[in-house]
Design a protein around this ligand. Structure first.
Ligand SMILES: Cc1cc2nc3c(=O)[nH]c(=O)nc-3n(C[C@H](O)[C@H](O)[C@H](O)COP(=O)(O)O)c2cc1C
Length: 277
């Protein structure tokens, strides 16, 4: 039984610890772009916990705050093959060992100001930790794009959170930093997911409840695996699902297979934490 498997408690005092390896505290910088403050909240949480320097990336011509106007400008910029001009950084990236880079996911990857940033700075041999906020997901695809732009950077596991789950940020950032040896905190390492099996009616109902009301998904779960987390206080599900376009339009992508992480905390409704496309 999954629930019967004891959680491994691992502390960050491992060989992985950056501090142990380097013999001195690494210099850390948190750089972020944020349009509506979600990413800013995560950036501040990270910087405060690590006593790191922090700098916001700002635009010479900020985006209009209206969603549709932002989309139109992004489309026009893309057609012209440009990304928005950013104001010069005050920080000298070369002075840092570890650079956290934060962004909202736009169109499946980091927002365009980060593309501008990545063309201006050199992250070769630096430890880079991506973090992002999103409506449904995009952490993995953005890390692939980051890796392609800065192939000599040592890109670490990133952190991503849905805009609808900002209340979870303090605890999740605390765990994330401990798990990656940036702090000495303890964290519970869940056991790996077992093999996927076809969804039962109960599991399908959990999936439907988790994605219910999210307008960008029209997905039906096919298989699932689950594991006990939060010291037995919750269950995490990894669903495989088919996502169908809601409307039949010529430019809509066909049905696609997605992975959806769902969290069910004891006494709470199911919520999805991330979609991986
Ligand atoms: C132009 C635009 C495009 C977006 N594209 C996506 C997307 O492709 N996937 C997604 O999950 N969320 C998408 N979002 C939602 C944002 O990632 C989300 O609201 C994020 O938390 C905003 O972060 P911020 O408050 O730091 O600006 C998009 C938002 C905007 C404004």
């Amino acid at each position: 039984m999954l629930a019967a498997v004891a959680m491994m408690v691992v502390t960050s005092c491992s060989q992985n610890s950056l501090r142990v390896k380097r013999g001195k505290a690494p210099k850390m910088l948190v750089l972020y772009y944020s349009q509506t403050s979600n990413t800013k909240t995560v950036a501040q949480e990270i910087a405060t916990r690590l006593h790191a320097d922090i700098e916001e990336i700002t635009l010479v011509e900020p985006y209009d705050t209206a969603f549709q106007a932002t989309i139109e400008r992004c489309k026009a910029d893309r057609e012209k093959g440009i990304t928005p001009e950013i104001k010069p950084l005050k920080s000298n990236v070369a002075d840092y060992d570890v650079v956290f880079i934060g962004y909202p996911i736009w169109f499946g990857t980091y927002a365009p100001p980060i593309a501008t940033l990545l063309d201006k700075i050199d992250l070769s041999d630096k430890t880079v930790v991506p973090f992002c906020t999103f409506g449904s997901g995009g952490l993995e695809s953005s890390i692939k794009d980051l890796d392609a732009k800065q192939p000599k950077a040592k890109i670490r596991q990133g952190y991503g959170v849905r805009a609808a789950r900002m209340a979870a940020v303090p605890k999740e950032v605390e765990d994330f930093l401990a798990r990656n040896s940036f702090t000495d905190g303890k964290f519970d390492m869940p056991e790996p997911f077992p093999e996927q099996h076809p969804v039962t009616a109960d599991e399908a109902a959990i999936f439907d409840a988790a994605v219910d009301g999210y307008p960008m998904l029209n997905a039906k779960a096919t298989t699932v695996a689950s594991r006990s987390i939060l010291d037995g206080e919750g269950t995490e599900y990894l669903f495989t699902a088919m996502d169908m376009p809601r409307e039949k339009k010529a430019d809509m992508p066909p049905a696609s297979e997605i992975k959806v992480y769902v969290l069910v905390e004891k006494g709470k409704s199911p919520e999805f934490t991330q979609v991986v496309r």
